[in-house]
Ligand binder design. Structure first.
Ligand SMILES: C[S@@+](CC[C@H](N)C(=O)[O-])C[C@H]1O[C@@H](n2cnc3c(N)ncnc32)[C@H](O)[C@@H]1O
Length: 249
């Protein structure tokens, strides 16, 4: 729960990137949207307002703690058109519901079998429906992050840095087209993330990696000492994509 709360407090970059994509997708009143990998629910809550009572938002995430945080953020009168469910790309609701939109902000790199996930998403969309996702274009981890995760030990390193399956924009384009999607947008743009100090850097990745490393571990005090009093900047190749299921299928 601590890591999920930390994620909700430190995920401004993910929230902004997802919101930019959502504005490009532009769901409207009455639309049905799946937020795949909704995290702590920032985008799902926003979309629920956009689609109104005649629309519906299904927001799923396999991390139970993040779903709890998402539910707790709803006020005492939660919207009736928004559901938070513990589920993943493999078992999100798809049997008796078809979506106008699938939004997946900052998630696809966590999914190992991208082909079966993209096929399942394609099949869950209505004709003309859109799948929008953000990720990074085959990035390199910042040296300081690798250094810190290695100090936490081989098991932690494996469960964090090595558990992410990055792919390039050209990989996603080829995969999408082989499934039958039309590529409406495939954009890569550099983005610099600024951290005021080393603690903000550690907290950001503690949230991102679901608390898989112990941020109080004495082993990482050396990193704290080394970067004490410094602000940090990380530049990443952000990827935004919108894929459209053809109307005439
Ligand atoms: C960086 S967070 C993004 C959360 C949210 N979409 C946002 O923009 O703030 C990545 C999310 O993907 C979820 N995730 C990981 N594997 C997944 C899978 N196989 N299917 C769906 N979601 C997954 C994680 O639990 C995590 O909440």
């Amino acid at each position: 729960m601590e890591a999920a709360i930390c994620y909700s407090q430190t995920s401004t970059v993910q929230q902004e990137d997802g919101m930019k994509l959502l504005n490009q997708m532009n769901p409207k009143e009455g639309d049905v949207l799946l937020d795949l990998g909704c995290g702590t629910g920032f985008h799902a809550r926003d979309v629920a307002e956009r689609v109104g009572e005649t629309g519906r938002v299904v927001a799923v995430d396999p991390d139970r703690s993040r779903i709890e945080v998402a539910k707790n953020a709803l006020d005492s009168n939660p919207p009736t058109n928004l559901q938070f469910i513990v589920a993943s790309d493999k078992d999100f609701p798809a049997d008796d519901i078809k979506y106008d939109y699938v939004l997946s902000s900052c998630v696809v790199h966590w999914i190992k079998d991208k082909e079966s996930a993209f096929k399942r998403i394609y099949n869950s969309l209505k004709p003309g429906g859109k799948f929008g996702f953000t990720s990074q274009d085959d990035p390199k981890y910042p040296d300081i992050l690798i250094e810190m995760l290695q100090l936490c030990g081989p098991q932690v390193f494996q469960e964090t840095a090595q558990s992410i399956h990055w792919k390039s924009a050209s990989y996603y384009k080829e995969l999408a087209e082989s499934i039958g999607f039309e590529v409406t947008l495939m954009d890569v743009a550099e983005r610099t993330i600024s951290f005021p100090d080393i603690e903000a850097f550690i907290n950001f990745f503690y949230g991102v990696f679901h608390g898989k490393f112990d941020r109080t571990l004495p082993a990482i005090d050396g990193i704290r000492e080394k970067y004490k009093g410094q602000s940090l900047m990380v530049t990443v190749p952000r990827l935004s994509a919108i894929l459209t299921k053809p109307l005439n299928i």
